[in-house]
Design a protein around this ligand. Structure first.
Ligand SMILES: [Zn+2]
Length: 194
């Protein structure tokens, strides 16, 4: 089954992390650089494994049978959070929050969330676009579940020096320099005045 998957899996011990990586490589979900490989054979960025944090990140992508492999990988993890959507012979979204799994029929979910009505012609482009939109919306709604969004702390604002800990606080990036949204806002206004 093909599903779009995004998530983070944490391990308390390096041994368990290593075992998980070996399993993912043996099942051809990860390459020798510890990066995930999507359904189209594309190497997903960023790196899948952070040894210092004891984490495996699954970058958002379309994967074949990865969900089954992750069930195995998660057995030894200290915590894991995963969000999936699938329109492959089904239309559903589900989340895994450690031992708790929740799933939704995305037709029902779209209706409950007042999204646009299902296009009548279920073979046309309009229908596929509608499905894509619903799935994106669903994953977006679930993103607080993923620690990877909370643990975004990968950069410091080049202007004010504050750390940017959430994706929402990020303004713009030029080369290796990133500005927080407050400084970016000021900068944009100054540019407009100049
Ligand atoms: Zn700043």
């Amino acid at each position: 089954m093909k599903a779009e998957v995004v998530g983070v899996i944490r391990f308390d011990s390096n041994e368990d992390l290593k075992d998980a990586v070996t399993y993912l490589r043996d099942s051809a979900h990860m390459n020798s650089d510890k990066k995930f490989i999507t359904d189209e054979g594309v190497v997903a960025d960023p790196d899948g494994v952070d040894v210092t944090e004891g984490s495996i990140y699954v970058p958002l992508g379309l994967y074949k049978n990865l969900h089954g492999a992750l069930e195995e990988v998660c057995k030894k993890s200290s915590s894991h959070r995963i969000v999936c959507t699938s329109d492959d012979g089904t239309f559903e979204g589900w989340t895994v929050n450690n031992n708790q799994t929740n799933d939704w029929d995305l037709y029902d979910w779209a209706e409950q969330n007042n999204l646009a009505l299902v296009p009548k012609d279920r073979d046309g482009d309009e229908f596929f676009e509608w499905q894509e939109g619903v799935m994106e919306h669903f994953r977006d709604e679930q993103k607080d579940l993923l620690e990877m969004y909370e643990d975004f702390k990968c950069t410091v604002c080049v202007t004010c020096g504050d750390s940017i800990t959430k994706e929402d606080d990020m303004g713009s990036t030029t080369g290796d320099d990133t500005m927080c949204y407050i400084c970016d806002d000021k900068f944009q206004k100054e540019m407009a005045r100049a």
